[in-house]
Design a protein around this ligand. Structure first.
Ligand code: FE2
Length: 342
């Protein structure tokens, strides 16, 4: 990103020197700079649509981790306007590092239900992902299940999951603490550990592969991976070996996490950045997210893609992600305490 920025700036300085543009126009570059954990193939088509509609260019730096530290180091000189990221944990890290600023927007408030945005307007959910339980078609015939069920003795040696420390599981465990209190959540987590077919390992898809291979009968995994696997010729048989179940439909609903966006404190292109945030929460972008990554739209009334809809509708846990975020630290400690990954 450095070279194009520098080039553009040099070009504008030349134009100013030549008296072609005023200083004010130099300040009003029509662009938005983004640090993103989301993969290029996923967001590029959505960003290009935004550029076609508005004339505002988007520059993206893809980073796997370390966005909060990077923004902290760059301080007021950061070229970044927005951070696009997955999971409430990553968004919370930005808040804790004090590198984001609030956005007051009627559009965002209308498009995004309150439980999926920060109370202080410091981050906003853009897509929803359910933490599902995948169940072997061959070795189970259950239609309903809860997260609590994963600790029941009938599932001994039959459950697979990735590391308890992974952000997806931390958010789920934090939600268990929020609903049941720490002592109950600890009992539950010990029960789940006792039921594991193998040491926590691999990613979410590896757990469904393990179902296909007969290693386990139940696995925790995010919803969009079902779509990713079904449409991948090498992985579709993993997905087809399992049913995707939406937990806790008889009570509070399934645990839902988000991908989201936050405005940086530095934000040199603040107005354009807010335009992009609003665009991403709008109907068109919401549909594109669901088509491309099999996620659920955060905006009420927008239908998910055909494939995602075919998994059926579900009730989502109504607890706010702000509330869940409060218990993340406790959840990390609990995972250590019960030696979940050991
Ligand atoms: Fe993921």
């Amino acid at each position: 990103m450095k070279v194009p920025f520098a080039k553009r700036l040099a070009c504008r300085l030349l134009m100013v020197t030549a008296g072609l543009v005023s200083g004010q126009q130099v300040m009003a570059a029509d662009e938005v700079n983004i640090y993103s954990n989301r993969q290029p193939f996923l967001i590029r088509p959505i960003l290009d649509t935004f550029t076609r509609q508005t004339g505002i260019e988007t520059n993206v730096v893809f980073t796997k981790t370390g966005v909060a530290e990077r923004l902290k180091t760059e301080g007021a000189n950061s070229p970044a306007d927005l951070v696009l990221t997955v999971d409430i944990g990553r968004l919370q890290e930005l808040v804790e590092a004090d590198v984001v600023q609030p956005v007051e927007s009627k559009v965002l408030d209308t498009n995004i239900p309150a439980q999926y945005r920060s109370k202080e307007n410091l981050w906003f959910g853009l897509t929803l992902r359910v933490r599902n339980i995948y169940a072997s078609k061959e070795r189970t015939d259950i239609k309903a299940i809860s997260y609590e069920d994963l600790s029941k003795p009938e599932w001994k040696g039959r459950v697979c999951t990735r590391s308890g420390k992974h952000q997806y599981n931390i958010a789920l465990i934090a939600s268990m603490i929020a609903h049941h209190g720490e002592a109950e959540a600890e009992k539950w987590l010990r029960g789940v550990k006792a039921n594991l077919a193998q040491k926590p390992q691999g990613n979410d898809r590896a757990q469904v592969k393990a179902i296909k291979e007969g290693i386990c009968d139940l696995a925790l995994g995010n919803s969009y991976y079902y779509g990713v696997m079904l449409t991948d010729e090498n992985q579709s048989e993993w997905a087809r070996s399992a049913n995707i179940l939406f937990p806790n439909q008889d009570n509070r609903g399934a645990h839902v996490n988000i991908s989201g966006v936050a405005l940086t404190k530095a934000a040199p292109n603040k107005a354009n950045a807010i335009k992009l945030m609003e665009f991403l929460s709008g109907e068109l972008a919401q549909r594109m997210y669901s088509e491309q990554n099999y996620e659920y739209p955060v905006k009420p009334g927008v239908q998910p893609s055909g494939l995602v809809s075919s998994w059926g509708s579900f009730t989502a846990d109504q607890i706010s992600l702000d509330e869940i975020a409060k218990y993340r630290e406790q959840a990390v400690k609990l995972v250590d305490k019960v030696d979940f990954d050991g």
